[in-house]
Design a protein around this ligand. Structure first.
Ligand SMILES: *[C@@H]1O[C@H](CO)[C@@H](O)[C@H](O)[C@H]1NC(C)=O
Ligand SMILES: *[C@@H]1O[C@H](CO)[C@@H](O)[C@H](O)[C@H]1NC(C)=O
Ligand SMILES: *[C@@H]1O[C@H](CO)[C@@H](O)[C@H](O)[C@H]1NC(C)=O
Length: 463
């Protein structure tokens, strides 16, 4: 505000105290919505407004600072003069306008300068899938939004890793676009491990005077086919079938990084992971916060669940910058240990016969050092012909016991210890009979013997 005031005073001062030259006109752009930057080949209007007290008739001139006029126009009365030029590099520069008093030939001061900067052709946009599995197909697309006539898109490539002397991009192909076409496409099929490129593309046009204009290069993107082996990293040695999911890209191991509907996606992914590792089916899947220390990760993975390998899933990001990185912790069914069932006072066997006066102490446990401190649910159940009844359940770590005493009378049936909802079961069959107590047995046997004696003696008498 202050500066503007000072400037105004100076200008007024100039007019007041200097009689020569004539007061300067004002120069402005016809459209101001995009500032003084114009896209290549657009039309640019420069508008020169003579000052209010200017002498008429006059000749208005447009030109670059300190150069001769590129356009002149004669004015009889107070109007604005428009000069239209084309936004090409040759017309860039700092422009001014001025006027001559047609009667005296006196020249005005130059107007304020305006700086015409031509922005180049817009860069085309390249897209290559983030992740390309070995044996897969992929498409490279180079597209432009420009509808300028005579436009051509060209695709270039180079081998990666880039070696000294082989840094330059080579021409892959180009196509002249017509009508509404705005993209060129390269289809790569059934790629192998040697598929390792970097792509770049560019838009060019030729004008009516056979001038070639090149856009800046597009973004450049790699297309590297990956084997992408996976592993589960266990906290403790002993099983390859549980742990934190990692995947190898470019020879380095890193985590996966999921966002969005993590739980559903994680379950689908875990099915593929367990299958790929020959570890059966997922038994538990948990998402874990990743500490973000990994150099890279795979992200936005979307599996159907029936893929043979994780790399066959849709993987949208190879170096995702997840704001909340989540890893995947998987336990596949093959990592599950066999549970054990123990009955206090009895040798472990598959069947035990007891009387209905017996109470029994049952214990369930499992021994799996690779589970570390991980806890899993253990169930003690009784299966009979008609139903399955859960008697007791508890979260246990490896080596811990679930112990419970069942008071007499115990029901007959198959008693099982089961880990979670798995099919890993230890069982014992218990037969309970209504045997009399020891006293009754003795009395019974005695009574029987007497009975036999009476019968025998009666038989003898009858003879
Ligand atoms: C134009 O010429 C004047 C006088 O020779 C000089 O002072 C001024 O810096 C020049 N302006 C430009 C933009 O070259
Ligand atoms: C890849 O392309 C080949 C040949 O066109 C085709 O047989 C195959 O089904 C494609 N694979 C995928 C995953 O689309
Ligand atoms: C397009 O190219 C053709 C052939 O070079 C030329 O005759 C034509 O004027 C060009 N069109 C434009 C709008 O530059």
């Amino acid at each position: 505000m202050h500066r503007l005031t000072v400037l105004t005073i100076l200008l007024v001062a100039g007019v007041v105290w200097t009689e020569d030259p004539l007061p300067a006109p004002t120069l402005s752009f016809g459209r101001t919505s995009i500032g003084n930057k114009y896209t290549l080949f657009s039309n640019i209007d420069l508008i020169c407004s003579p000052p209010r007290n200017a002498p008429y008739p006059m000749t208005v001139s447009f030109g670059r600072v300190n150069q001769s006029a590129v356009f002149t126009s004669t004015l009889k009365d107070s109007t604005k003069v428009k000069f239209t030029t084309t936004a090409i590099a040759a017309n860039e520069g700092i422009y001014v306008c001025w006027y001559n008093d047609s009667r005296t030939g006196e020249v005005s001061a130059a107007s304020n300068p305006v700086n015409l900067i031509i922005s180049p052709l817009p860069s085309p946009w390249l897209s290559v899938p983030a992740f390309i599995p070995i044996g897969g197909n992929y498409t490279v697309r180079c597209s432009t939004t420009s509808s300028i006539p005579n436009r051509t898109l060209s695709l270039y490539f180079r081998k990666v890793p880039v070696t000294v002397g082989n840094e330059t991009f080579m021409f892959w192909g180009s196509a002249a676009l017509t009508g509404n076409q705005d993209v060129i496409i390269l289809d790569r099929k059934l790629v192998d491990a040697t598929e390792s490129f970097e792509f770049i593309c560019r838009l060019d046009i030729v004008d009516a005077n056979q001038h070639l204009y090149l856009s800046p290069l597009s973004n450049y993107l790699p297309a590297i086919a990956e084997e992408a082996p996976i592993r589960l990293v266990p906290e403790n040695q002993g099983s390859k079938c549980l742990g934190q999911l990692e995947v190898q890209i470019g020879g380095r191991w890193g985590p996966v990084c999921q966002e969005g509907n993590v739980d559903f996606r994680a379950r689908q992914m875990a099915r593929v992971v367990c299958r790929e590792l020959s570890c059966g089916t997922p038994w538990s899947v948990e998402t874990t916060r990743d500490d973000g220390s990994a150099e890279f990760s795979l992200g936005s993975i979307s599996c159907q669940g029936n893929e043979g390998r994780l790399r066959d899933c849709v993987i949208s990001e190879v170096h995702p910058s997840c704001s909340r990185r989540t890893g995947l912790d998987v336990v596949c069914s093959d990592a599950l240990p066999a549970p054990q069932i123990l009955i206090t006072g009895y040798r472990v066997g598959s069947r035990i016969a007891i009387s209905d006066e017996h109470s029994l102490e049952f214990s369930c446990m499992f021994d799996a050092p690779w589970f570390g401190t991980r806890e899993i649910y253990m169930y003690l159940r009784r299966n009979s012909e008609s139903n399955t009844e859960t008697i007791y359940s508890k979260q246990l770590a490896s080596g811990e016991k679930l112990t419970t005493t069942l008071d007499a009378p115990i029901k007959s049936g198959e008693y099982t210890c089961t880990i979670g909802e798995s099919k890993h079961v230890a069982s014992v069959k218990i037969f309970v009979s209504k045997w009399p107590s020891v006293g009754l047995i003795v009395a019974g046997v005695f009574a029987g013997l007497i009975g036999v004696g009476i019968l025998v003696s009666m038989y003898i008498c009858a003879k």
